[in-house]
Design a protein around this ligand. Sequence first.
Ligand code: CA
Length: 222
Amino acid sequence: MRLLVIEDDPLIARSLEHALAPLGNTIDVFATCAEARAALRHDRFDLILLDLGLPDGDGLELLAELRGRGDTTPVLILTARDAIDDRVSGLDLGADDYLAKPFSLAELEARVRALLRRSQQRSDNRLRLGRLAFDPETGSASLDEAPLELPRRELLLLEGLLLHAGSITPREILERRLFGFDEVGTNALEVYVSRLRKRLKDSGLRIRTFRGLGYRLEDDAG
Ligand code: CA
């Protein structure tokens, strides 16, 4: 899932990244309204985490702009616990949920999961390459529409590669997906790559190694 974090406090922004990236999310962080506005003009996100007090404006203005042009991307507002007025106006303007700072990471995760579930009900968000499809909602892969049973880490690996289909997925990103922030040996990732390669043997897809950089999932047919 692709998340946009609009937050000018670097510590909070970093803790959001650390909490949400290992769940398999791609996270873009911006600290100003201007940068966020530019990103929203060019890209689509599955969820926006929005701080209200930003150096060059109010997060509620961004929200109003977004909803004003019919963009229904779920928005989770992050604001100080005592700013109850902000909460009310945020929900009025079409925020989907609200999280008071300081928040626990468990609370954050629960809200984010709920909003992403809602977001995915809006459309078919399956990731596809060649004959392969992956459904991030159910965490299941299929080949020619037939279920492809994979152990958890191979599924995480496959999703990581599919999220970057067409480009190289950096090895650090894959390591973080598979192993979180645990220290792992240099060969740990290769073990899972080679297992997944075997499973994809007759799929028309292959995982190409870019030494020192990462891996790319490629479709032989295309
Ligand atoms: Ca702020």
